[in-house]
Design a protein around this ligand. Structure first.
Ligand SMILES: Nc1ncnc2c1ncn2[C@@H]1O[C@H](COP(=O)(O)OP(=O)(O)OP(=O)(O)O)[C@@H](O)[C@H]1O
Length: 675
């Protein structure tokens, strides 16, 4: 047999034959393995398949073949292998690539035996049949039945191949049918041999290899896609198989593990980074989140087992930078709090040129630049919320949520869940998934607590904890959530006096009153401020908001009316402050035609009729001392509330509109009225 054209052992021979125009790199990569005779057959037949696959031939056997296949796979991933006989089985046991084996078929065997029989000599008339590992019992039965005179023999590998030839010679075998190695050795020993495998079975093996390769290729493409996807992630991601070997990871994870991405594939993760304790998850532990130190960084590690069809097939580990989590958390909370994030006012909207107003504006501007808690004191309708919003807008928190809650308007339990939120199942009727409280929702922004003086004592303690610890505990939860919230509080009440009476916690009072603002009631701000405010309010009404100055035509008449209205209210106490003034302006607009006489001049009597509030008792009160003025105003307030409520049949919303006060103020005044 001619061995001259044989590829030198140890060299890989790429068979570069393919259809014109096809992109070779897209074709599956199949490697045929075999030396000598089987090697040549594999190369020859694979040429015929070159349009369907890219072939490389490894002309080696056993361990040498294993080493070459592995090296080749590193350079150009192999989709499938084709092997035969003992060497093929040897390689199949040792590499992680699908192998298609060249099989021996019955008819092929008979054909081969016939060919061998034709080559025996009278001195050695027997035909030998060698198979790998064990002789075939079926062939033995055939031999017995038909008296073929076959000498069957088995060999276990390269170590007993030479001995096998000697045994064949000793048994008078003149020609042998054998797999690659034995048939080659027989030829070398001068014994004619026929290859056990037919060309047909080699074709069949190549066809099977192609199917395996296509399957592998699809899997590899999927894997590549997965790696591309996880490559985009900011987090470090690694997936391991059930043994803890790295199957896929991204560049970020490779960086954290301190090695090249490619070099990490297939390595045991527990050896590379024991701190990730992957073995624990592979034992079925559900993992969860924990903080670990990796590559000199503090990371949040999330580990999860991978289950497929009820079987644990690996684990997924994700390492996150806490800074990324914090920023996501911030934006989540900010989004969540959109429900109340509307800030309408800025500090410039706090109108007034009286020294007291200017001073408040100036102080508010200074406070806006700090992070300290602010307590705003003043009567209802004097712009306390306006100032809080203004400071928020002028602070570094502008753009973040501004959430307001009126502590007087809610019952204790409602206020508690509104402010602190609750966990799922915290109480009967608690919403599924729990609820985020306003304190949490205001994270990175400002929380405005209106009417803080009305906050129940139990909640005062909880609020104090938030201010001291900078964390909030949801109702029913034991895990505090860190928050970064600036608190501004407001009250019309004399909080210091409430502290003395034990109605307000002293420690909370000091916490809240780090910075203070005192708004002035309208009656103390002087006629100029009142006129200025009234004009601004009038000018901001829809339809009047044009370029034309109020005092010129066509608004001159209106301005005249406004002046008359203010003159009429010169001694009025404005218990509802700016909100009430607003209400007056509204009334003025609505009653405008009725308020003028036939000459178009303001009619004092009609004014008095429409603006009844400043009739005798209040006007008279304006001349008495400040304290008495307050008392008389309060009395007037009470009377007016009762009067208005009566006139609207107890409809509180309507009464608020008429009085120009908030519901909380109405509620307070109603309380005072029944006391
Ligand atoms: N100095 C001011 N300049 C312009 N508008 C003002 C001023 N003061 C109050 N207002 C207006 O009066 C109305 C009530 O203001 P705001 O709600 O801020 O008062 P408040 O003191 O918080 O009242 P309450 O205690 O009843 O909640 C708002 O429409 C606000 O714009």
């Amino acid at each position: 047999m001619n061995e001259a054209s044989e590829t030198k052992p140890g060299k890989s021979l790429p068979l570069r034959v393919m259809a014109a125009g096809a992109d070779a790199s897209q074709l599956p990569h199949i490697v045929t393995v075999g030396r000598y005779r089987i090697g040549r057959v594999l190369q020859k037949i694979s040429l015929l398949w070159s349009e369907q696959a890219r072939f490389t031939h490894v002309a080696a056997s056993f361990d040498e073949a294993v080493a070459q296949v592995q090296a080749l796979n590193q350079r150009q991933p192999i989709d499938a292998l084709v092997g035969a006989g003992a060497s093929g089985a040897w390689v199949r046991e040792r590499v992680d690539i699908p192998v298609s084996m060249v099989e021996v078929r019955g008819l092929d065997l008979l054909q081969a035996l016939r060919q061998a029989k034709l080559q025996v000599s009278p001195e050695a008339p027997n035909v030998g049949l060698v198979s790998f590992e064990a002789p075939s019992p079926i062939v033995a039965q055939f031999d017995q039945l038909f008296g073929l005179g076959l000498v069957q023999m088995a060999y276990q590998g390269p170590q007993d191949a030479a001995a096998c030839i000697q045994k064949l010679q000793a048994a008078g075998v003149g020609a042998v049918v054998a797999p690659g190695l034995i048939s080659d050795l027989a030829e070398q020993a001068g014994m004619p041999s026929v290859l056990l495998y037919s060309e047909k079975s080699v074709h069949q093996a190549l066809g099977d290899a192609l199917l395996l390769a296509r399957h592998k290729q699809v899997e590899r493409d999927r894997h590549r896609r997965l790696e591309t996807v996880i490559g985009q992630l900011q987090d470090g991601v690694v997936a391991v198989d059930e043994q803890g070997r790295i199957q896929a990871l991204n560049a970020r994870m490779a960086l954290l593990l301190g090695a090249e991405l490619q070099a990490l594939h297939g390595r045991l993760l527990d050896e590379v980074a024991p701190v990730l304790r992957v073995a624990q998850v592979l034992q079925g532990d559900e993992g969860g989140e924990e903080v670990v130190q990796l590559a000199m960084r503090t990371l949040v590690l999330r580990r999860a087992p991978i289950w497929e069809n009820g079987r644990l097939t690996g684990a997924l580990l994700v390492c996150r930078d806490p800074a990324v989590i914090q920023s996501a958390d911030r934006s989540l909370r900010a989004n969540r709090s959109q429900r109340g994030a509307g800030v309408r006012w800025r500090l410039e909207d706090y109108v007034g040129e009286s020294p007291a107003t200017q001073r408040v504006r100036q102080l508010a501007r200074q406070y806006a630049a700090t992070e300290a808690t602010v307590l705003i004191l003043g009567e209802s309708g004097t712009g306390k919320e306006l100032l809080a919003q203004g400071m928020h807008s002028a602070s570094r928190r502008a753009g973040q949520p501004f959430l307001a809650v009126n502590c007087a308007a809610l019952s204790e339990s409602l206020l508690e869940s509104e402010l602190f939120g609750y966990d799922e199942g915290a109480f009967t009727g608690a919403r599924r998934g729990g609820k985020t409280g306003l304190i949490e929702a205001a994270h990175t922004g400002t929380l405005f607590l209106d009417e803080i003086g009305d906050m129940p004592l139990a909640l005062q303690s909880r609020l104090l904890r938030v201010l001291q610890e900078r964390e909030v505990l949801r109702v029913g939860s034991t895990t505090p959530v860190p928050v970064d919230v600036r608190v501004m509080a407001a009250t019309h009440a004399d909080l210091a006096a409430q502290v003395e009476k034990g109605l307000f916690r002293r420690d909370l009072y000091y916490r809240l009153a780090v910075l203070r603002l005192q708004t002035s009631p309208l009656r103390e701000r002087g006629a100029a401020d009142v006129a200025l405010l009234a004009r601004r309010r009038l000018a901001s009404r829809p339809g009047l908001k044009d370029e034309t100055p109020l005092a010129s035509t066509p608004h001159a008449a209106l301005d005249l009316l406004l002046q008359a209205m203010l003159a009429h209210a010169a001694d009025y106490g404005w218990p509802g402050n700016v909100r009430e003034l607003d209400n007056w302006v509204e009334r003025l607009l609505a009653c405008q035609p009725h308020l003028c006489d036939a000459q178009g001049q303001p009619d004092a009597a009609r004014l008095a009729e429409v603006f009844v509030e400043c009739a005798a008792p209040i006007a008279a009160a304006a001349t008495v001392s400040k304290t008495r003025l307050k008392d008389s105003s309060r009395e007037a307030e009470r009377q007016r509330v009762l009067q208005v409520l009566q006139s609207v049949g107890g409809n509180q919303t309507r009464a608020c509109e008429i009085l120009g006060i908030s519901r909380a103020t109405l509620w307070r005044r109603m309380k005072a009225a029944v006391e």
